[in-house]
Design a protein around this ligand. Structure first.
Ligand code: AMP
Ligand code: FE
Ligand code: FE
Ligand code: ZN
Length: 291
């Protein structure tokens, strides 16, 4: 990365379904020449202190984040909270509830796999999860290890994905609830990879209109799974609605090996100006810019 400064505001550690520990992830970002990183694990903020400590040590800005799953008429919508406060009791209570539901769902899915003749236990799944947010990716790893499937993608296609043989849906909150919760804590709220599933822009626009009054701040225009045209559509929508822009690779380490930190599949670059603009928006709103 020669010209300009680059950042990554969407990453996962072993606290959820990534493979780098939070500290490793920060070291990785420093090696990759990034100037700032947001750790946005699914349904947990337990990796944040370790990541921030390593960030302090290396002089790399670490933004406290998380990614929440919500339900819509067209499947899941993921919502990022950035600049989470140190004390986030309402969020922690919500996440505890989410993890309880996750655990119950994991048990049901393992039962389904066992009924299909696959010798797998909850213990095996937990062993693959290094943090408290346990889910389907950890089941996929076990299925690959056992030789049931050749890779994680096949594990999802044949067994774990929506509608597949061992799938059990998860009860998620609504987008309105998630945006209100995060916004109420003083976080910057961004819709994660809003066009990843290739839904029509009109669908996204309707959601933006519904979520603006709940406290939505930004759209994640830059993302590994966004085509150039999806990125442009997000930029245009954000401009029309006065929203800021966020961007990140959605790095998961070895669990999504083709996605690299900061560069996604190779072509992604999120300039540091994206962070400057998000910070300026926070300042206009009277929200703290360090955490
Ligand atoms: P869960 O939170 O337990 O429902 O698992 C969802 C996670 O599984 C997502 O956040 C992705 O990281 C991962 N995932 C979903 N679909 C796939 C897939 N086809 N291949 C690999 N990972 C996937
Ligand atoms: Fe994930
Ligand atoms: Fe996501
Ligand atoms: Zn993600």
């Amino acid at each position: 990365m020669q010209n300009g400064k680059f950042i990554d505001l969407h990453t996962h550690s072993s606290a959820s379904d990534g493979t780098d520990s939070p500290a490793e992830l920060v070291r990785h970002a420093a090696r990759a020449g990034l100037t700032a990183l947001a750790l946005t694990d699914h349904d947990t903020i337990s990796g944040l202190p370790e990541a921030q400590e390593e960030g302090h040590r290396l002089g790399l800005e670490v933004i406290r984040g998380c990614e929440l799953s919500t339900r819509t008429d067209r499947g899941e919508m993921h919502i990022l909270g950035l600049w989470l406060p140190q004390k986030a009791t309402a969020l922690e209570e919500h996440l505890e509830e989410v993890r309880r539901k996750r655990d119950a769902r994991n048990v049901l899915m393992v039962e389904k796999l066992r009924a299909l003749g696959i010798d797998i236990s909850m213990e095996d799944v937990r062993r693959e999860a290094h943090g408290e947010s346990v889910g389907r990716p950890h089941m996929a790893i076990v299925l690959v290890q056992r030789g049931v499937v050749p890779d994680m993608a096949t594990a999802f296609h044949d067994y774990l994905g929506a509608g597949a043989q061992a799938y059990v849906p998860r009860e998620n909150m609504t987008p309105e609830e998630a945006v209100s919760l995060l916004s109420g804590l003083g976080a910057t709220v961004s819709l994660a990879h809003p066009l990843q599933m290739k839904h029509p822009v009109s669908w996204l626009e309707q959601w933006v209109e519904r979520l603006l009054p709940c406290g939505l701040h930004a759209l994640e225009a830059y993302h590994s799974e966004h085509s150039d045209s999806a990125t442009r559509q997000c930029l245009e929508l954000a401009r029309r609605f006065g929203l800021a822009i966020s961007g990140g690779s959605d790095y998961h380490g070895g669990n999504k090996p083709r996605i690299r930190l900061g560069v996604g599949y190779g072509g992604l670059r999120v300039p540091a100006s994206v962070l400057d603009d998000l910070r300026a928006q926070r300042q206009r709103l009277g929200l703290p810019v360090s955490c």
